[in-house]
Design a binder for this molecule. Sequence first.
Ligand code: PGA
Length: 222
Amino acid sequence: MIDIIILKSYNELSSTVADIVEAQIKEQSKLVLPTGSTPLGLYDELVKRKLDWSTVMTFNLDEYIMNPDHPYSYHSFMRKHLFDRINIYPDDYHFPFRPTLSFEDKMTLGKGIDLCILGIGRNGHIAFNEPGSSFKSRTRVVNLSVQTRQDNSRFFDSIEDVPKQAITMGLKTIMESKKIVLMANGVHKFQILNVAMNGGVTENVPASILQNHNNVEVYYCD
Ligand code: PGA
């Protein structure tokens, strides 16, 4: 079981996680970062704090199988909301790529990932590890579930435009991070969050694997 820390507002969620990131990036560090609606406030808050990102390396959790320059790609999302607004070197931010093993080598080279920030999908996914993903999974190409494509269609012109495949860090890859922080926002996330943190540990609820990690913090606001 993992305690779910309930915060009063989205601003508090964003600034609480920004404090954790800020404490981390004072050192040379490697971070794993998410996309989606939930981290938008976090990224705004980090930009406002004018931190020094010049020694930081980041790795995004996932990316659609699509042209990285497409306006709806996660590359574009991250550049718009974070990377183009801070002093990180373009060579220092990474997205999952093929061959997937070289991507994992880059992540684990040296001391590995210090901090991984996650969101959670309504079906319990973390990154694009959909229900049924193996707890031993590593970075790989996956098919997206109908629910995930529906949920993400709000970022696209229509559901037909949402790619059917993505490349994602695996559950085992995520679990190798030294510290993991999961952020969830909105009442529609509470039930799955509670099942994942307090129910059985099962591949049907990918986020439940976090119960097997010894340094996880979970923050929620409605
Ligand atoms: P969201 O997505 O932040 O847009 O709700 C989270 C996720 O699906 O992992």
